[in-house]
Design a protein around this ligand. Structure first.
Ligand SMILES: NC(=O)c1ccc[n+]([C@@H]2O[C@H](COP(=O)([O-])OP(=O)(O)OC[C@H]3O[C@@H](n4cnc5c(N)ncnc54)[C@H](O)[C@@H]3O)[C@@H](O)[C@H]2O)c1
Length: 276
C-alpha cells in the first residue's frame, strides 16, 4: 500500500457516548485522521463542547443529543449520518456503558438488572442492527465495541455489569464470523483504569497513594482517552484490514497477570498487602 493505511479520509464514523471520556478520545482520534464523525450523547453541554473543539480544529463533526437506551435514538443517528455522508457509515463505535452502581448481587432487583442491561448491552445490539445492513450491502465496514477487562474476569459487587460486558465480547466474536464474508469487521476494546468523568482515578485515588500506581499498572500510569482513541483508529482503518473478532485489552497491562503487584524492581506478590 502506498498510502498511509491508518488514515480515515472520506470515511464516516459514529461514536456513542462521544462527548466525554473514552468516547471523546475515540471520536477525536478518528476525526484527526480524516473521518467525518457523528458524536451521539445525552449530555448536551459536553457534546457541544467536544463538537466545537473538533470543528475549531478543522475536523468534520456533528453532534446528536440522544439517549442510546431509547429506540428512537437510532432514527436520529441515521438522520445525522444522512446529513454528513448521504447515509454511508463506515465506522461504528458502540461505546456507552457504566459500571455503577456497585453492590451485592443478593440486594439487586429485576429492575436493577434491566437498567444495567439497557445501559451496557441492549443499545449495542440496536445501534449495530440499525447500521449493519447497509455495511453488508456495501461490502465494507468496521464495528468497534467498547467492553471492559471486567468482561474477561469475575467482579464481586459488579456482577451484572461484568456479565453484560462479557456479552459484548461474545457478541463481537460471533458477529465477526457471521459478517466477515461481507467485508465487515467487528472488534472490541477492553479498557481498564482510564481517567474519565465516570472513573476519575486521580481524584478517587488520593495523592498519597499515587506512588503505588506503578505497582498496580505494569506500564506505570493510568490510561487516558487518547490511549483508546489510537487503538480504535487502528481498528477502524485499513491497517487492521485482516483483523476481526478480536478483543484488544487497552489496560496498561493490568489483566496480563491479574492479582500480581510489583513490590520493587525485581519482586512481585499476589498476597494481600496486610498478610506480608
Ligand atoms: N474508564 C474506565 O477505566 C473504563 C474501564 C472499563 C470499561 N470502560 C468502558 O468504556 C466506556 C466509556 O467509559 P468512560 O469511562 O469513558 O465513561 P464516561 O461516563 O466518562 O463517558 C461516557 C459518555 O457517554 C455518555 N452517555 C452515558 N449514558 C448515555 C446514554 N444513555 N446515551 C447517550 N450517551 C450516554 C456520557 O454523557 C459520556 O459523555 C464504557 O462502556 C465503560 O463501561 C471504561
Amino acid at each position: 500500500m502506498d498510502q498511509d493505511a491508518t488514515r480515515l479520509d472520506d470515511r464516516t464514523a459514529l461514536v456513542t457516548g462521544g462527548a466525554a471520556g473514552i468516547g471523546a478520545g475515540i471520536a477525536t482520534a478518528l476525526a484527526r485522521r480524516g473521518a467525518a464523525v457523528v458524536l451521539v450523547d445525552n449530555d448536551e453541554t459536553a457534546l457541544d463542547r467536544t463538537v466545537a473543539e473538533l470543528t475549531q480544529g478543522g475536523c468534520t463533526a456533528l453532534g446528536v443529543v440522544a439517549d442510546v437506551r431509547e429506540r428512537s435514538s437510532t432514527e436520529m443517528m441515521r438522520g445525522a449520518v444522512g446529513e454528513l455522508s448521504g447515509g454511508r457509515l463506515d465506522v461504528l463505535v458502540n461505546n456507552v456503558g457504566d459500571h455503577r452502581p456497585w453492590g451485592p448481587f443478593a440486594q439487586t432487583s429485576e429492575e436493577d438488572w434491566t437498567a444495567v442491561y439497557r445501559l451496557n448491552f441492549e443499545h449495542v445490539l440496536r445501534v449495530t442492527r440499525a447500521f449493519l445492513p447497509s455495511m453488508i450491502e456495501r461490502r465494507s465496514g468496521s464495528i468497534i465495541n467498547v467492553s471492559s477487562v471486567e468482561g474477561l474476569r469475575g467482579v464481586p459487587n459488579c456482577t451484572v455489569y461484568a456479565a453484560l460486558k462479557a456479552a459484548v465480547l461474545n457478541f463481537t466474536a460471533g458477529l465477526s464470523t457471521e459478517v466477515g464474508q461481507y467485508g465487515v469487521r467487528v472488534n472490541a476494546i477492553a479498557p481498564d483504569v482510564t481517567d474519565t468523568p465516570q472513573f476519575p482515578l486521580h481524584r478517587l485515588i488520593g495523592p498519597e497513594y499515587h506512588d503505588q500506581i506503578p505497582r498496580w499498572v505494569p506500564l506505570g500510569r493510568f490510561g487516558t482517552p487518547e490511549d483508546h482513541g489510537d487503538v480504535a483508529a487502528f481498528l477502524a482503518s485499513d491497517a487492521a484490514r485482516w483483523v476481526t473478532g478480536q478483543t484488544i485489552r487497552v489496560d496498561g497491562g493490568t489483566l496480563a497477570s491479574p492479582g500480581w503487584f510489583r513490590r520493587d524492581e525485581h519482586r512481585f506478590t499476589n498476597v494481600p498487602r496486610n498478610f506480608i
